[in-house]
Each structure stands twice: as C-alpha cells, then as structure tokens.
Design a binder for this molecule. Structure first.
Ligand SMILES: Cc1cc2nc3c(=O)[nH]c(=O)nc-3n(C[C@H](O)[C@H](O)[C@H](O)COP(=O)(O)OP(=O)(O)OC[C@H]3O[C@@H](n4cnc5c(N)ncnc54)[C@H](O)[C@@H]3O)c2cc1C
Length: 455
C-alpha cells in the first residue's frame, strides 16, 4: 500500500522535506496556504520564499555556517543545490537571487510526480488524520488557526514574539559619488556597496533614529528579541555608539575619497544577479514606513533612495523544543491528537536560519522515511553542525529555550583544547567532516542513502 505523508508549509524546510521523501519513493501531499492566505511578510505564492535577507551566510569551510553547508551538500539537499545555481556575488557568503531561487524550487516540486502541491491552509491538526505521518513546517509565521490547534493539543506554552526584516532600495536611486564598492578587508573583490558616515552625519542619523515613530512599539519593548535580528533602532537605544560596533561598523573599509576608515559605514548587499536592488545589511527595523523613508534618507548616498521594500515587523512562533521534540524531531503529544505521528521541521521546531531550516527538512525526511520503513534512524553525531544544534534544541535540560543558528558555542569542546582561534575553528570543521563521513556511511548501510545520492 502506498505511504502518503502530509507536509504543512512549502517553505524552506517543508519543500526540502517533500523532495527528500519523494526521492525515497514516498508520496507527499504538500500543503501551502499562500497565495490565498498570506503571512505578514511573504509576498507571493512560490515555494521557499526568502522573507528577509537573501544571504545564506558564509561558505567558508572553517565556519559553523560553512560546516552546515558541507552537510547539506553531503546529504544531497535539493534546495541547497538550487541556491548554488541561483547565487549572486556576496564575498565569502552564499547569497541568492530570491525570485529565481523560489521559482526553481517551485518548478522542482511541480516536476516531482510523487508530490501533490495542495494550495490550502492546514487549519488544524485534525486535517492530518488519515496520513501515515505528517511534518509541520509552517515556520515562524504559522497561521493563527493551526497555532491555536497546536496549543490545544499540546497544552504547553509556546512563544510568539516579534522580529524585524531589513529594507531594500533600488540601485538606480543611490548616489554613486558617495557610496563605494568594497568588501571588508578587500575580501571577495568589492561585492558590497558602502555608505560612509562622518562623525557629524552619524550623530544626526542616530538622533533621527531615536526620535522616529515605531510600529507596535509596546509589544516590542515587552518581549525578547533574537540577538541576531535586533532592529537598528533598538540597537541604537542600547547606546548611541552601539550601531558603530554592530551593523554600522567601519572595520576593514577604506573610503576612497578620504583614504581613511569612515566613522561608521552601512553595507548594502545585492539582492539579485543584475544588482538592481540592494538590501541594507543588518537594518532590520520596526519604524513606520514614512519614518523609514525620512530617517534612512539621512544615510550618506541614500538621500534619494527609492525603497523596493520597507522593513517590516513580524511574529515568530516556535515550540518549546527541549520539552516537545526528540532527536527524530517527532512531536511528543497525545497519540490521538492528530491521528498520525507528527514531526516538526524548520523554525517552528525551534531552529533559526535558512540553512538550518533546509537541514532540518532533510533530517525530518530521513526520520519519517526510517519510521515508515521500520528501521532505526542512525544517530546524528554531535560533532556535526546540525548534530550540535539538534542536541542543544532537544536537550530537556535547556531552560528558557530560544531558537538559534548553528555556532561553535554549542559544539562539544575539543579534546585537547586548541587555544588559537583559527586553528580551533579548523579543528571543529575537520572533526565535523570526519563525523559526517561516518554518518553518511551509516545512512547508506540502512538504505536511507545510496552512495551519496538521496533516494
Ligand atoms: C521576517 C523574518 C525575517 C527573517 N530573516 C532571516 C534572515 O535574514 N536570515 C535567516 O537565515 N533567517 C531569517 N528568518 C528566519 C527564517 O525565516 C527561517 O529560519 C526560515 O525561513 C524558516 O524556514 P521554515 O521552512 O521553517 O519556514 P518558512 O520558510 O517561513 O515556511 C513556512 C511556510 O508555511 C506556510 N504556512 C504557514 N502556516 C500554514 C498553514 N497553516 N497551512 C499551510 N501553510 C502554512 C507559509 O506560507 C510558508 O510558506 C526570518 C524570519 C522572518 C519571519
């Protein structure tokens, strides 16, 4: 009898999980509520839409983000391969043309006969009854109705709070006589545009930023924010100089007009291969739209900036993973709550970041495929990037859990310790690569991978 799996959400994690399951001969109903029902930040109807930055972070093998990419490559991630196809210049990072990327993912899903893309909201866990298994991959902006259904089934607290997305400006509205093209420390031959501030320009900008009108300010002040996604005005509120040591840091940059490092600098990164639009790097914001126009036009070179998209506020919904999820990302809840076993992939499951969502989509698909075939899922070594994140996110000892990116801080310490930072990162990376080889071999042994090719 054909196994059919339901996946709620054709975002990054859900699309990846669907393609992984189908590659292993498992039929999938992939439910996506867009375009009929939109989230506060998605724009269109394509699968795997990137809602904020177009960067998938560093490609350097000796970084945690680079290690994660090596895992995605070794496990034949479909969306990572599409991201590489759609890359735009971004120094040592992988950034993509977001429209081409989502169109490519949507086409891959459309071309896979085992996937049925159902344009409908999964409004409740009851909608999953009758499937062999289900994966919830509805992300940080899970619809209210499904969130309420989860809340009723779990009877546990899970958090919803706000994050912020950076604005995008049109390239031809920028002042090329002020902005200069350079990557920090000259790395990557000038993929970024830089807006250099003098001390006076910086002070004027900070005054305007601090005085500007914000949206839903009260919720923002009363809730925690991801450190990695702090709005620029919140950073400035922490201290007038804080932006100069954060998103506006000028280190590694030399203004060709003065031959010196500017007092502060904003970096702008290309949004597409044609470089027709740029995002303001690290400028997630909660300002009202007219205020963004007014305040951000005080940035040198942006006086006439035309905004392709203003920064926006958004909700962030995620489960208390340490108490609700196991290493196979299966949700612990009453057996009859959904009528089938439910796994959780992506940000709803408590990881944060685009590549993390892809990797959790792969992991969830492997776990579901193993369960349907009645085989044991090989344990994921903690020395790998996602293994470390999974161990952290599902450790019942973790109190007050906040979703996080992969990082070296959660990896098991090296034995013996390595003092030099560069050497330490290399050692983490080499140790992770060796563990990954063993993991892939174990997947092959149980028939979940075939000589490095997903099936
Ligand atoms: C505004 C914002 C900015 C962010 N910026 C960054 C960033 O710059 N870099 C980064 O690495 N990460 C960023 N993140 C986090 C990033 O979005 C996530 O890590 C990643 O997209 C999560 O992938 P996902 O597959 O879990 O969710 P998503 O990619 O959001 O996919 C979830 C999908 O589920 C659909 N859906 C929701 N509810 C239902 C339902 N009930 N039925 C059917 N479909 C449903 C949605 O329409 C969506 O297509 C940001 C998040 C937000 C919200």
């Amino acid at each position: 009898m054909e196994s059919r799996v339901a996946i709620a959400g054709a975002g990054l994690a859900g699309s990846e999980a669907a393609l992984q399951l189908a590659a292993r001969g498992i039929a999938v109903d992939l439910f996506e509520m867009r375009p009929a029902v939109q989230t506060p930040v998605h724009k269109g109807g394509d699968c795997a839409e990137l809602v904020c930055s177009n960067s998938l972070k560093s490609l350097k093998p000796e970084s945690a983000a680079g290690m994660l990419k090596a895992e995605l490559a070794a496990l034949d991630s479909f969306l990572y391969a599409r991201a590489l196809d759609c890359a735009v210049p971004a120094g040592g990072a992988l950034a993509v043309d977001r429209d081409r990327f989502s169109a490519a993912v949507t086409a891959a899903i459309g071309a896979q006969p085992l996937i049925r893309l159902v344009r409908r909201e999964v409004a409740s866990l009851d909608d999953l009854a009758g499937y062999e298994a289900a994966i919830l991959a509805t992300g940080p902006l899970t619809s209210d109705s499904l969130a309420a259904s989860l809340g009723r089934a779990l009877g546990a607290d899970y958090l919803a709070f706000y994050d912020a997305a950076a604005p995008i400006v049109m390239a031809d509205s920028l002042d090329g006589s002020v902005l200069f093209r350079q990557s920090r420390y000259e790395e990557g031959a000038g993929d970024y545009l830089n807006a250099p501030f003098t001390k006076e320009e910086y002070e004027r900008f900070i005054d305007a930023l601090l005085g500007a009108r914000r949206i839903i300010a009260r919720e923002f002040e009363s809730r925690d924010l991801f450190q990695a996604c702090q709005p620029i005005e919140e950073i400035a509120r922490a201290g007038r100089d804080a932006p100069r040591f954060g998103p506006l840091k000028p280190v590694g940059l030399t203004d060709p007009r003065t031959g010196r490092r500017p007092w502060a600098a904003l970096q702008l990164r290309a949004e597409n291969a044609e470089r027709t639009a740029y995002n303001l790097v690290g400028f997630q914001t909660n300002l009202a739209f007219p205020e963004q126009q007014r305040v951000f036009s005080l940035i040198p070179g942006l006086a006439q900036a035309e905004f392709a998209r203003f920064g926006v506020m958004h909700r962030n919904t995620f489960l208390d993973a340490p108490r609700l999820l196991g290493a196979d990302l299966r949700l612990r809840m009453p057996a009859d709550a959904a009528g089938c076993p439910v796994h959780v992939a992506g940000q709803l499951g408590g990881t944060e970041g685009y590549c993390e969502a892809l990797r959790s989509g792969v992991h969830c698909a492997l776990a579901v495929a193993a369960a349907l075939r009645g085989i044991e899922l090989p344990p994921l070594p903690r020395q790998t990037a996602f293994g470390a994140l999974l161990a952290y996110a599902t450790d019942p000892a973790t109190a007050d859990y906040q979703p996080m990116h992969v990082n070296f801080g959660i990896m098991p310490p090296l034995d013996p310790p390595v003092r030099n930072k560069g050497e330490r990162y290399r050692a983490y990376s080499e140790r992770g690569a060796a563990a990954l080889v063993g993991y892939v071999a174990a997947l092959e042994q149980v028939g979940l991978m075939d000589r490095g090719r997903a099936r």
